[in-house]
Design a binder for this molecule. Structure first.
Ligand SMILES: O=c1ccn([C@@H]2O[C@H](COP(=O)(O)O)[C@@H](O)[C@H]2O)c(=O)[nH]1
Length: 246
């Protein structure tokens, strides 16, 4: 089954710029998610389903959206023993989703690459969460290392293992591109239009700067789904992204 996304059709390099905006459906119910998707209409082509919705009927809703021609990013951030990750990815690969996340640990990434074999599923490796700064890494037990250094190390491992794309902050996108080469997706959460609240995100970048830094896809949840007019919020972000490619 084709999911309609490949590095050669990377929307930032010539396709539909709307496909580069991944809207995070971080809402508590399918009913609420359906309302938002309807309100956004054709301004949104790519949706992310994470923990909150996945465990509240989100898998069925993902199939519904795929049936409507939308692309789906399942942000499950898998991390377990290799066999469990491999078999889990094998099951997800049958759903027809476009992107799936795993944490960027070598065992986990190898298992995911094996599990998706023969499918069109693209695996993204989450390097260092965008809510982390250098102090958070020390608190989590890492020897003094900057978030940027750890992202670079994990991006290099992901490239060696054959992962399709990297999740990082757009602050690191340029450096990651130099590591992973031209054919990898670079997917950046922590996006904040100027003037909007950072919330718990610590490594934030505006939509325009993220594109200029080399991101292929931007992940945006609260600034869109909590906006009074989600469609207008999505359109404004897409416009800023498009202007950055001009
Ligand atoms: O490093 C990461 C990885 C994933 N996320 C996810 O992206 C969205 C961002 O939501 P906002 O409301 O736009 O901050 C959210 O679903 C996270 O789980 C991330 O933020 N950082």
């Amino acid at each position: 089954m084709s999911n309609g996304v490949s590095p050669s059709t990377n929307p930032v390099s010539g396709g539909d710029i709307r496909d580069s905006l991944i809207i995070g459906l971080d809402v508590p119910s399918v009913e609420e998610a359906r309302t938002i998707v309807t309100r956004i209409g054709d301004a949104g082509t790519f949706y992310k389903i994470g923990y909150q919705l996945a465990y509240a009927g989100g898998f069925e809703f993902a199939r519904e959206l795929i049936g409507q021609g939308k692309k789906i990013f399942l942000d499950l951030k898998l991390h377990d023993i290799g066999n469990t990750v491999e078999e889990g990815v094998r099951s997800i690969a049958r759903m027809g989703v476009t992107f799936l996340t795993v944490h960027a640990y070598p065992q986990t990434m190898r298992a995911a690459v094996t599990g998706k074999a023969g499918s069109n599923l693209k695996i993204l490796a989450v390097t260092v969460l965008t809510s982390y700064d250098d102090n958070d890494l020390v608190e989590a037990g890492y020897a003094p290392v900057s978030a940027a250094e750890l992202v670079a190390r994990r991006a290099g491992q992901a490239r060696e293992i054959g992962i399709d794309g990297i999740v990082c902050a757009a602050t690191e996108a340029e450096r990651v591109r130099a590591i992973v080469g031209p054919d990898s997706f670079i997917v950046t959460p922590g996006i904040r239009p100027s003037g909007s609240e950072a919330g718990d995100q610590k490594r934030i970048v505006t939509p325009g700067d993220a594109i200029r830094n080399g991101a292929t896809h931007l992940v945006v949840a609260r600034p869109i789904v909590k906006a009074a007019d989600p469609r207008a919020a999505a359109e404004a972000i897409v416009k800023e992204m498009g202007d950055a490619t001009a």
